[in-house]
Design a protein around this ligand. Structure first.
Ligand code: ADP
Ligand code: MG
Length: 614
């Protein structure tokens, strides 16, 4: 029995090996992740037998993983005191395809048909066999945990099958010796191995020692119960995974069982480089499976608009035989994505209730991402709408309201939610578009950023109430004494239309103006003046003349009353005044590009004013 015995690999295994050996790829460092996670699995199983009281060989051995990197010998050794393998298990586990990892790899290869995509290996991790990416010869010394077993040595170069022979003095567990290929020398260098372990295996729940010193010092905090974790530990953890010296604004640590078992520890950073105008942010949430990194910066884990988050998601309750590649299954990712997104929105909503000041800080730092979500994420639109905040005609300067609160304040008879864009509060409050709402006591949300216009446009409604630009509001103020008669108003409108010609689409009487003589409205039902301005700035529309405008006149305003009389007394002068009114209204709406014509005419009118009349 102590004779060396030669075995051939199962045909499928040999195929995997041929690909592994003969391909060149960039991320072959993942071999170490695979071997370390196998070691961790073996230790995990041992711990299970230990707690279930089974008799163990060498029960005193510490449960740890020991790496030895020797760049002189060009070897890397990965040793664990886990369950080890019997002779039969060696044949079964390392010589056949019974286990899932490589099987899924082959399936994907078959689907791909073409030459094996090189990154497939990195993506899948072909488990134990990935050792042959870097090693020309692999030795596996192993000794099962069962007291009456003995030690074995498995050896292979990956090409001509493998050998098994008895080995003396093998401690419990498995010790894998990699004789590195010449071009893989780096993996016998201390610093290189340390980097790789830090990247992929920082949270393995057993000590990992490299040439004697522990290198994984950070705990997988997300797997522990919240009640036991000190703030200081959270802080340390965040610094480690967030690479951020500033403490986060908030954290969400939660566990879910349905529809998916998952643990997540997520942070809202205090700032975001993208908000500061430096490039597009990348999600910094890593996906783990039972503490082993599956994907750093896992993009599909969250919708794009949540890219300001940092943290860890771990779906650990997967059966042992489902391996990492299953995590890349997109249906599973979509499910994770939906669960996580819903949870984050709920978290932010609760936070805004309980800690409004914290929420205000989050909104200041990351509000633009929420707005982006409101525009792009149809599925979570309703939830996102509740997270938005705006200044309004009823909030003190600098303070904001939610749409939910707005709705509770709506006046009887008010059917719509009104909003108005402008460069700042003063401008919004002075806007002629605000006059009717103000007169009726209807609250108006003020928005100062171009993106807000798109947000309102995409939301369309909230809790069954239409979101309406104030300037499009169909509001009628009660007729007051002293205005033009309907007939006079109509005749004046016709006169102004004739004076302005094609520049205006329609001139009509307004029932919404109080202090302004006239106002322009975009002829398009949905486009507001400020939206028109934004589109122009984005060069999506032709020049202002291309957009059709309506002019509304205030039949009670002294200028309009006077103009009605001037029309009969001095038509050329009245026409000039009409033009000036129109330009003033466009100027007020931010739609006047060239002030020169306006200024020249204004000076003519001044001249007329100051010229002594006989
Ligand atoms: P997977 O981990 O997906 O099962 P691998 O190719 O990584 O696939 O490993 C194959 C099998 O070899 C494992 O399932 C395990 O039974 C056995 N094995 C690998 N490494 C060890 C180890 N360090 N200790 C004990 N058993 C191991
Ligand atoms: Mg494995």
């Amino acid at each position: 029995m102590s004779q060396k015995q030669h075995h051939t690999f199962q045909a499928e295994i040999q195929r995997v090996l041929d690909i592994v050996i003969h391909s060149l790829y960039t991320d072959r460092e993942i071999f170490l992740r695979e071997l370390v996670s196998n070691a961790a699995d073996a230790l995990e199983k041992l711990r299970f037998y230990q707690t279930s009281g089974q008799p163990l060989f060498q029960p005193e051995l510490p449960l740890e993983i020991n790496l030895t990197a020797d760049d002189k010998e060009r070897t890397l050794v990965i040793a664990d005191a886990g369950i080890g393998m019997t002779r039969d298990e060696l044949v079964e586990n390392l010589g056949t395809i019974a286990h899932s990892g490589s099987k899924a790899f082959l399936q994907k290869l078959a689907e791909a048909k073409e030459k094996p995509a090189l990154n497939l290996i990195g993506q899948f991790g072909v488990g134990f066999y990935s050792a042959f990416m870097v090693a020309s010869k692999v030795e596996v010394f192993t000794r099962s945990y069962q007291p009456d077993e003995s030690g074995w040595l498995w050896t292979s170069d990956g090409a001509g099958g493998y050998e098994i022979e008895a080995a003396a003095d093998v401690p419990r567990g498995t010790r894998i010796v990699l004789h590195l290929k010449e071009d893989a020398k780096e993996f016998s260098e201390n610093w290189q191995v340390q980097n790789i372990i830090k990247r992929y295996s920082s949270f393995v729940p057993f000590p990992i020692k490299l040439n004697g010193s522990a290198i994984n010092t950070v705990q997988a905090l997300w797997t522990r119960s919240k009640a036991e974790i000190k703030d200081e530990e959270y802080k340390e953890f965040y610094e480690f995974i967030g690479h951020d010296p500033e403490p986060p604004l908030a954290r969400l640590h939660f566990t879910a069982d349905a529809p998916l078992a998952l643990q997540a520890l997520l942070f809202v950073p205090s700032r975001n480089m993208e908000t500061m105008g430096i490039g597009k942010a990348e999600s910094e949430v890593n996906l783990h499976c039972r503490k082993i990194l599956i994907q750093a910066k896992a993009k599909e884990l969250f919708p794009d608009w949540l890219r300001f988050l940092k943290g860890v998601v771990d779906s650990e309750d997967l059966p042992l035989n489902i391996s990492r590649e299953a995590m890349q299954d997109s249906a599973l990712m979509k499910k994770l994505n939906r669960v996580l997104t819903g949870r984050i929105i709920k978290f932010l909503a609760e936070l805004s209730d309980k800690e409004p000041e914290t929420y205000a800080k989050i909104y200041a730092a990351h509000g633009r991402f929420l707005k982006e979500g409101a525009i792009t994420d149809f599925e979570h639109r309703e939830g996102l709408a509740k997270l938005l905040r705006f200044e309004s005609s009823m909030t003190p300067r600098g303070q904001t309201t939610s749409l939910v609160d707005y709705v509770t304040r709506m006046k009887e008879g008010q059917k719509e939610i009104y909003h108005l864009g402008g460069p700042n509060r003063d401008a919004a409050e002075a806007s002629p578009y605000f006059e009717a709402c103000k007169e009726l006591g209807y609250e108006v949300l003020f928005s100062y950023e171009p993106v807000d216009e798109f947000v309102f446009e995409h939301l369309r409604e909230f809790q069954g109430k239409t979101l309406k630009p104030a300037e499009k509001a169909d509001l009628k103020l009660e007729a007051k004494e002293g205005g033009l008669s309907e007939d006079d108003a109509r005749q004046l409108s016709n006169f102004i239309k004739e004076s302005l010609g094609d520049r205006v689409d329609e001139v009509r009487t307004s029932h919404r103006l109080v202090g302004s003589p006239a106002v322009v409205l975009d002829a398009d039902e949905y486009t507001t003046a400020s939206m028109r301005r934004i589109l122009k700035a984005m060069k999506q529309e032709g020049d202002a003349k291309a957009s059709k405008l309506h002019l509304e006149i205030n039949p009670r305003h002294p200028v309009i009353l006077g103009l009605s009389q001037l029309r009969q007394a001095n038509a050329p002068l009245a026409a000039k005044v009409a033009e000036q009114l129109f330009d003033n209204a466009r100027l007020g709406a931010g739609l006047l590009e060239d002030p020169q014509t306006l200024l020249r005419r204004m000076n003519e009118l001044l001249e007329h004013l100051v010229t002594p009349r006989p």
